[in-house]
Design a protein around this ligand. Structure first.
Ligand code: C2E
Ligand code: MG
Ligand code: MG
Ligand code: MG
Length: 286
């Protein structure tokens, strides 16, 4: 690339380029070390029924608990983990962490509340995901129905045989499958039905449109009615306002998730959510 850029140019030595390469390598090294030391924690965000705010499940969202820099969100390291292949081991840490947590809540007689785990397309493609999940469920003695895997449209549509095989192996485990960030990719509901998806998590961009414009509501209603016909349930992601919630209630969206109900919380705060059961804030029902 440096050569193509023209005679006499030594791109590698441009400070900005070497800086970013240096930072990237440093970050990769740090991430690798974080995986070796398991510096990750899982937070849980509740997903509730749209009608009553009843706790139906929890989404597991990973955070990097960096010894010096504190809590780092997934948007700052999942991309790098994917580019370097480290996502496979990181994903395994998350799955094992979640299964151990489910077992612990089970021993304490809490719930049971199902948990969904985000999985990247690379984890699916590399293979071994369904085998790892099967082993983790067995090791921690978890009912497969308590686990759901969230996949993005781009990671499941028209992918190779390895992906298709993994998807059907996941189905055979008896866990649920959901499509995350729906609407940001180019899949059709018919394609998703072929994959036997249980849940559609509609991207937060659509949720915010619902509260804003008539078109937003019309679009969301269309998604709900098609999903309904295909026996797929619909979750609105990123619900932040009462107005959005009320609109989603009138659209018959099945479930909602978002800051209006709760942000993702550390595991030790989950028992009080389970005890409350109905999680709408008083201001949302008034
Ligand atoms: P996602 O799966 O779509 O998760 C929803 C993200 O939106 C979470 O951000 C959540 O905290 C945030 N969120 C929830 N409610 C609201 C709201 O009302 N408003 C707004 N503005 N945001 C809201 P988070 O935890 O930073 O995660 C970001 C993304 O990182 C996730 O998006 C998911 O794609 C990825 N991710 C998280 N954990 C994992 C993991 O264990 N494995 C993989 N492969 N990806 C993960
Ligand atoms: Mg998700
Ligand atoms: Mg999402
Ligand atoms: Mg996402």
């Amino acid at each position: 690339a440096a050569k193509a850029a023209g005679k006499g140019r030594f791109e590698f030595y441009q400070p900005h380029l070497s800086d970013s390469l240096f930072l990237r390598l440093a970050k990769e090294h740090a991430l690798r070390e974080a995986i070796d030391k398991d510096q990750f924690v899982v937070h849980y965000q509740p997903r509730v029924s749209t009608r009553a705010g009843r706790l139906n499940s929890l989404e597991a969202l990973v955070r990097w608990h960096h010894p010096e820099r504190g809590m780092i969100g997934p948007d700052d390291f999942i991309g790098l983990a994917e580019d370097t292949g480290l996502i496979v081991r990181l994903g395994e840490l998350v799955i094992d962490n979640v299964c151990a947590q489910l077992a612990e809540w089970g021993r304490r007689g809490l719930g049971p509340v199902p948990v969904s785990v985000n999985v990247s397309g690379i984890q699916l493609r590399e293979g071994g995901l369904s085998a790892f999940i099967a082993a983790a469920l067995a090791r921690h003695r978890i009912d497969p129905r308590l686990l759901e895997v969230e996949l993005t449209e781009s990671s499941v549509i028209d992918k190779g045989r390895a992906t298709a095989h993994e998807l059907s192996a996941l189905r055979e485990l008896g866990i649920k499958l959901s499509v995350d960030d729906f609407g940001t990719g180019y899949s059709s509901l018919a394609q998703l039905q072929q994959l036997d998806v249980d849940v559609l998590k509609v991207d937060r961009a659509f949720t915010s449109a619902v509260g804003k414009s008539e078109e937003g509501a019309v679009l969301f209603r269309a998604i709900v009615s098609m999903a309904d016909a295909l026996d797929i349930s619909v979750v609105a992601e990123g619900v932040e306002t009462r107005e959005q919630l009320h609109a989603l209630q009138s659209l018959d969206c099945d479930e909602v998730q978002g800051y209006l109900v709760s942000k993702a919380l550390p595991a030790h705060e989950v028992p009080s959510l389970i005890a409350r059961r109905y999680l709408f804030p008083a201001s949302a029902t008034a």
